[in-house]
Design a binder for this molecule. Structure first.
Ligand code: HSE
Length: 290
């Protein structure tokens, strides 16, 4: 029996659109084993809408893998235990891709190296900011061209806490990408490039006091905020209650605040969020550096 544990991931982290992402201490567990023939998918404790046939993303990834290595796909049983909420900007799709690659690689006697899996996953996702940290842990900064992806993994200081604010509504990545502009001004590009550099460097040095500025963005958050009721106000309120930085996680709608005083922050934000029309759940998570 193969067991795979894949972390949730938070992409962009403000200015690092389609390049920076980080693994969080929240996991999906997937078990898989070969059976004589066919496909059996069991979904435990998870979303009842996850497909239990060939449309299942874990299975589709395994199918892709076997096509790449040009071998017939074996019959298999997959048991999925999901804790990562779906379509909330926490890398649930990337987690399926990564789980599928791990399973297929184990079933085919480690056909590919870890590095090859990292490259394959980034190609499958189309940008490296969820799959790369899901495979390697920590925070990753990745850049892609047609051939491959170059990246650096940064171990994030473990005394930083991430208040993950998850609303009761979903937002598809497709919709959240469709509202983005095709072109941006030089001023906006400089705004983001400077902050993305500052974010990466500050995570390396542990300079959390920089994060308020370093997590600012003007390439995607201003456009996506229209899709998420009270987004700007929630991010502002998080900072008033002591967050070192606050941003939209991935394509949203989850919002994340970087905090040091966990208990007080949680109490104040839970009280504030309870006054809004949607239900928001607050989970205190940490980086997973492994
Ligand atoms: N970087 C991606 C985005 C993450 O913001 O659209 C979601 O897949």
């Amino acid at each position: 029996m193969i067991k795979v544990k894949v972390p949730a991931t938070t992409a962009n982290m403000g200015p690092g659109f389609d390049s920076i992402g980080m693994a969080l201490s929240l996991y999906n567990i997937v078990y898989a084993e070969e059976i004589e023939r066919g496909l059996e998918i069991i979904i435990q404790d998870g979303n009842p809408h996850i497909p239990k046939d060939e449309r299942n993303l874990i299975y589709k990834t395994i199918e892709h893998f076997y096509k790449v290595i040009n071998k017939p796909i074996p019959g298999m049983r997959i048991v999925q235990q999901d804790s990562i909420p779906h379509t909330r900007g926490l890398g649930s799709s990337a987690a399926c891709i990564v789980a599928g690659l791990h399973i297929a690689n184990a079933m085919s006697q480690s056909f590919f190296s870890k590095e090859e899996l990292v490259q394959m996953a980034a190609q499958l996702e189309g940008h490296p900011d969820n799959t790369t940290p899901a495979l390697l842990g920590g925070m990753t900064i990745g850049a892609m061209n047609e051939e491959d992806m170059k990246y650096v993994k940064v171990r994030v200081p473990e005394n930083i806490h991430f208040a993950v604010m998850i609303p009761d509504f979903t937002l598809s990545t497709e919709l959240a990408r469709s509202v983005l502009p095709k072109e941006v001004s030089l001023k906006d590009a400089v705004f983001n490039a400077s902050r993305a550099g500052l974010l990466a460097a500050s995570m390396i040095t542990g300079d959390v006091e920089n994060l308020s500025l370093a997590m600012e963005d003007c390439l995607h958050e201003p456009y996506r905020s229209k899709l998420i009721p009270h987004m700007d106000e929630i991010l502002k309120t998080a900072k008033i209650h002591g967050a070192k930085g606050a941003y939209l996680s991935g394509a949203g709608p989850t919002l994340i605040a970087v905090v040091k005083n966990v208990v007080a922050f949680r109490r104040e934000m839970v009280e504030y969020l309870a006054g809004l029309e949607n239900n928001w759940q607050v989970q205190m998570l940490q980086v997973d550096n492994e």
